[in-house]
Design a protein around this ligand. Structure first.
Ligand SMILES: [Zn+2]
Ligand SMILES: [Zn+2]
Length: 362
């Protein structure tokens, strides 16, 4: 009977059992490793062996990260106070990852009591348990928790540098509050939107950052290009923009299409000229009418709000397209880019429906 059940079990069932059993054995070894790590720390052999600390010695000799080594020493140190936690780990009710969180919490509070945390550990995943332990720490000592947050805020930094190819490199650390503000602003904008959204999460976050920074308003940037560049003629130089290397003609065309960027157009002799300004500028009245008519990005399936959209000329004004309601549609920044730089085509049907044609189909 048992044999029959095993034979009909879904593929992977035996592996699932083995994974759980193996993890319990590994956890038991981790606990033993932690005990040894703490006694090694107390022995100060690491000092005799010319290391700065037991953590450093373990990190180097046991091929571990600093955090992993520190966690093991911490678990080992607190283990005499973690009798019930060790028992719960032995029966599989919690994992070594939970014990690590308990030990980290014991490091930071004075009157530590494992019985207050153990029920939470049994109910929650290690990640969620870590979160709940932070609440526990705050409830025991709000002042110490505040001091910790202040220390984290002091470590904030943001570095911007331009790579040789013109890309902006961003690196930095934000304190939990600042980080949460950034996440709250970017996450809604980073959701997949509209048809044909094949961007990965990192690409969507990058787009969300640019979109958020411009806050739905045109960026206050000056773009300089010749008429030849704007028309995309062969042999024309690239366009110029503050803080950027030369940019391609299709990007210039996109920025010129949404007429509100500050623009200086140059003739080939580098004389500033103004091409059909009265024809291309979307007046505030026309902009209001466009937003009221379209309501949001007109790309099929995209609902990015009107305030985050550009007015796109179906026939570019540089090619004689009029700046009027009939020739304009709202497009969010990403879809506007897909049309100009990506080569997608937008067709308006007689029923005012917008249809997209992929570049490969043209
Ligand atoms: Zn456009
Ligand atoms: Zn869109």
């Amino acid at each position: 009977m048992l044999q029959t059940e095993f034979e009909t079990a879904p593929e992977g069932a035996a592996t699932a059992l083995e994974l759980v059993a193996l993890r319990r054995q590994i956890d038991a070894l981790e606990l033993r490793f932690s005990q040894l790590a703490a006694s090694f720390d107390a022995s100060r052999y690491w000092d005799y062996d010319c290391s700065n600390s037991a953590m450093d010695w373990i990190r180097f000799n046991c091929r571990m990260t600093s955090t992993a080594a520190a966690d093991r020493i911490s678990v080992g140190r607190h283990l005499p106070k973690l009798v019930e936690s060790a028992e719960a780990m032995g029966t599989g009710d919690i994992g070594f990852a939970h014990v690590t969180v308990i030990a980290r919490t014991a490091n930071t509070v004075k009157s530590f009591d494992e019985t207050a945390l153990l029920p939470l550990a049994k109910e929650n995943s290690p990640g969620m348990f870590h979160y709940k332990c932070l609440h526990y720490r705050h409830s025991l000592d709000a002042k110490a928790y505040t001091d910790d947050q202040e220390r984290l805020a002091e470590e904030r930094s943001l570095r911007l540098s331009t790579a040789e190819d013109g890309c902006l490199l961003i690196s930095g650390v934000l304190d939990p509050v600042g980080g949460a503000v950034v996440r709250a602003a970017l996450e809604p904008l980073a959701q997949p939107s509209g048809a044909h959204d094949d961007r990965n999460r990192e690409q969507r976050m990058a787009d969300a950052l640019v979109e958020q920074v411009t806050d739905g308003k045109p960026a206050n940037i000056q773009v300089t290009a010749t008429i030849e560049t704007l028309k995309g003629l062969a042999g024309a130089a690239g366009g110029e923009m503050e803080f950027s290397l030369p940019i391609c003609a299709t990007s210039i065309q996109r920025m010129a299409c949404e007429c509100s960027v500050t623009r200086v157009l140059l003739s080939q002799e580098s004389v500033t000229i103004d091409v059909g300004r009265s024809k291309r500028v979307i007046s505030s009245g026309l902009s209001r009418a466009l937003k009221a008519r379209d309501g949001h990005c007109r790309w099929p399936g995209c609902e990015r709000s009107a305030s985050m959209c550009d007015g796109h000329h179906l026939v570019h004004w540089i090619n004689g397209g009029p700046t009027d309601l009939d020739n304009l549609v709202l497009l969010c920044r990403r879809h506007h880019r897909m049309v100009h730089e990506g080569g997608w085509q937008l067709i308006k049907t007689e029923h005012q429906k917008i249809v997209t044609i992929a570049p490969t189909m043209l």
